[in-house]
Ligand binder design. Sequence first.
Ligand code: PHE
Length: 454
Amino acid sequence: MAEFDFSNRDSFGSKFGAIAAAAGSAIGLGNIWRFPYVVGENGGGAFLFIYLAFIFAIGIPVMLSEFTIGRKAQRNPFGAFRKLAPGKPWYLVGLMGVVAAFMILAFYTAVAGWTLEYIYQSIVNGFAGKSSADLGQMFDSFRESTFRPILWFAIFMFMTSWIVVSGVKNGIEKYAKILMPILLLLIIILCIRSVTLPGAKDGLLFLFKPDFSKITGNTILEALGQAFFSLSIGMGTLITYGSYISKKDNLANTAVSVSLTDTFIAIMAGIAIFPAVFAFGIAPESGEGLVYRTLPNIFQQMPGGYYFSLLFFILLGVAALTSTISVLEVIVAYFAEELKMTRKKATIVASLSVSVLGLMAVMSWGPLADFKIFGKHVFGMLDFTSANILLPLGGLLIVIFVGWYLGKSKTKEELSNQGTLKAKYLNLFMFLVKFIAPIAIAMVFLNGIGILKF
Ligand code: PHE
């Protein structure tokens, strides 16, 4: 079995490519599918307010910490911790990231598969002439069926593996650079259509007017989980991508650009969805189906709706794809560098094993609807455990690692590109990762899972 050749590691070819790939990871179903429905279930504006606070005070510092660890170590998450903290149990954080990657990829690819069904329906004009209720019904019966969701899941998993096999520069980066700008343009067009619907105002009020009486410990945990999930942080995706970023790039700029773009897209998705939710009388707390029930209504009311619908679901699929590849890459980098598999073998083994869990997630509304763990079906359990437990826990340990183990001088070396850049924000960053982020994550976490009650 061949040793992995670390002197010949693949990497991103340009600064724009690195940002596009990391933004490609961050921007995905988390922004366009998950964000609106979680906001809907948690009462709207107040949730958004807390979410934004978490992005800035916790999310950006965690992201920058991951980039620092990855680029310094030039390794997958497990190898990175082992290299930077030899003989210490920190590598377990990397391992937990690999486990989280399995769970996320499983349910995420299920939803990504729904996108393919909606591309198909767009092509055959399957939404035409349907009322809002019919469209809801259409989504439910699709999700409860067996064959089609599994077929789409398999196809999506295959596409993901295909790109990951091609490598970092010629696979991941190449696709992200073309696809991300198109997504941005499209979401802006949809927002314009949505806010000009009759009755759009109620949707915007729901999204932007905070009602703090709706906030509970669980809401706050959901906001933290959503922030982590949306930024792709807390499990080593960005350690992995950080390890492919050029030693000449400015990591702080990259982290801030990626986080701001991600947040912008989430809010735009909210602006595209909520006016339509209210205009078409859909319940904001409709859960995982929200986007799939809402958007076909808008498309039917737009001139050129046929094309917009097709384009939108293609792009939603694409946004999902640039995210699934980043999750799969975590597992593949780990298998290749630590278990000495070739990239091809690593990709095949990873995607097949994820698929076992993934198929259970896919069938959560169909054949496995009655199979519940702690009152949640497989899909809900994977989503909740990864976003609200594993990611915040991973993030907590990552900031503690940078703040307390790596320390200021080593962190400065990496953030200043060995002294060639000024890192004026360094003291603020160290303060955030040593104190604010860990305390905040720990409190939200303990409160959310009910160990601590405020
Ligand atoms: N951030 C991605 C999204 O918003 C999902 C993701 C989570 C990707 C964790 C990688 C790691 O869609």
